[in-house]
Design a protein around this ligand. Structure first.
Ligand code: PDD
Length: 282
């Protein structure tokens, strides 16, 4: 059975879901996106994703084409029509269709596309054993806080990771890990402090990141938004990533070196459990 995809107000079988070759995202990567997890047929932290979407749209001077209520209804319709129990919904909003010209076109209507992807979330195949990461240079532009559809550096990075037998690549800049190609990077340092990059233009404002930092505060776990080097990862007790449909995944090896005892540690396991409990309530 083919999926039902949303394109500019219509729900279409995926074979019929099409956009123009003149779409600005196709020609320039001129668009933004969100991925929201689904568990038990329900959206996880959709409010957090809407907030970031608003910001991404405003940073590229694109007026929101749909209200929050309309976006939620559309996501729920896609989940229902496709019978999605677990996975995610991808949403992309572009500057629309216009003849190729760098300047923002006047009067072009934004293109809105969304589709679901069914996959295990609660029983993520990497949750029990953890993942391996490799480090790569961060080749991206300098506005990584905008969730832009221009993802070439991340596509290349993820492929490089796969070729080295790893699941994710951690991108390096000025000697520090910025983030994963599609995830936020964390360590539990040698003092037991949960650390991740502070927010700014150099990283994406992870929705899952925010939830995990809040859960840590609730649990009385010390956190610090401070960059870490690979040397600090080598010395860390634990490491992990967060992302919408991955939730919290242990990192057990970096560049071929085991982290801690090379197995998922207690802190990451606790965060995964707490995050799942919260997601099931959403
Ligand atoms: N990626 N950093 C980057 C570069 C990302 O692409 C993502 C998410 C994250 C985690 O953000 P969040 O917790 O809000 O999902 C961090 C999505 C899932 C993707 O591109 O598929």
């Amino acid at each position: 059975m083919s999926r039902i995809v949303y394109v500019n107000g219509a729900y279409l079988p995926e074979e019929e879901a099409k956009v123009s070759v003149f779409d600005r995202a196709f020609l320039f990567g001129d668009g933004v996106y969100e991925v929201t997890a689904v568990v038990g047929g329900r959206l996880v932290d959709f409010a957090g994703h809407l907030k970031r979407l608003d910001r991404s749209l405003s940073e590229i001077a694109l007026a929101p084409p749909l209200s929050h209520a309309a976006l939620r209804a559309m996501h729920e319709e896609l989940i229902a029509r496709n019978g999605v129990a677990e996975g995610g919904v991808y949403l992309q909003i572009t500057r629309g269709v216009a003849d190729r010209d760098f300047l923002y076109p006047e009067g072009a209507a934004p293109t809105v596309v969304a589709f679901p992807q069914s996959r295990p979330v609660l029983e993520h195949p990497c949750a029990a054993a953890g993942i391996k990461v490799v480090t790569i240079p961060d080749l991206r532009w300098k506005r990584r806080d905008i969730k832009s559809t221009s993802m070439l550096a991340q596509v290349m990075g993820k492929q490089a990771a796969k070729l080295k037998g790893a699941y994710e690549a951690w991108m390096m800049e000025d000697g520090f890990v910025t983030e994963g190609t599609s995830s936020t990077a964390f360590i539990v340092d040698s003092d037991g402090v949960v650390r991740t990059q502070p927010l700014g233009p150099h990283v994406l404002t992870g929705v899952t990141r925010r939830a995990v930092l809040r859960l840590a505060a609730d649990q009385g776990v010390r956190t610090e938004e401070r960059p870490f080097s690979v040397k600090e990862v080598f010395a860390a007790r634990e490491a992990f990533i967060t992302a919408a449909t991955a939730f919290v995944l242990p990192v057990v090896e970096i560049d071929g070196v085991p982290i801690g005892d090379g197995r998922p540690g207690p802190v990451v396991r606790a965060f995964r459990t707490l995050y799942i409990e919260e997601a099931l309530k959403s």
